[in-house]
Design a protein around this ligand. Structure first.
Ligand code: SF4
Length: 123
């Protein structure tokens, strides 16, 4: 079977495209360094949040925060408040997704570069 252009399933079921995942990974690494924040001690959390941001970028055209429920995702994208980095993060370094953690957070790790680990979304 021949492989066509990458699709959202090229990295596994319910995953973002490679292009968006890499874009969000680079964004997260750069933003962590710029803000003096660190990724979670559990890399599965970081991978899952980046995956969610990338999936929203594919589906909605913007990295809407993946850790919230929205009645209308497209309206939230246009509102911009929860487009990553969201307003609470930009103003107060508050990331409720545990993507960007300050040093006083009990879940903070030491990394500002992503350790890619498998996270399955098959269920
Ligand atoms: S809480 Fe804010 S900074 Fe953290 S992942 Fe969501 S949108 Fe991004």
């Amino acid at each position: 079977m021949t492989q066509t252009a990458p699709t959202e399933s090229d990295r596994g079921k319910n995953k973002a495209s490679t292009k968006s995942f890499e874009a969000m990974r680079k964004f997260a690494e750069t933003y962590a360094k710029r803000t003096g924040t660190y990724f979670c001690v559990d890399p599965k959390i970081t991978n899952a949040v980046i995956e969610g941001l990338a999936k929203h970028k594919d589906d909605l055209g913007a990295p809407l925060c993946p850790c919230r429920y929205y009645e209308d995702k497209q309206a939230e994208v246009e509102n911009t408040y929860w487009n990553c980095p969201c307003v609470p993060m930009r103003e107060r370094k508050e990331c409720h997704c545990l993507l960007f953690l300050t040093e006083d957070n009990p879940f903070v790790g030491t990394q500002q570069e992503l350790e890619v680990v498998a996270v399955d979304y098959d269920e």
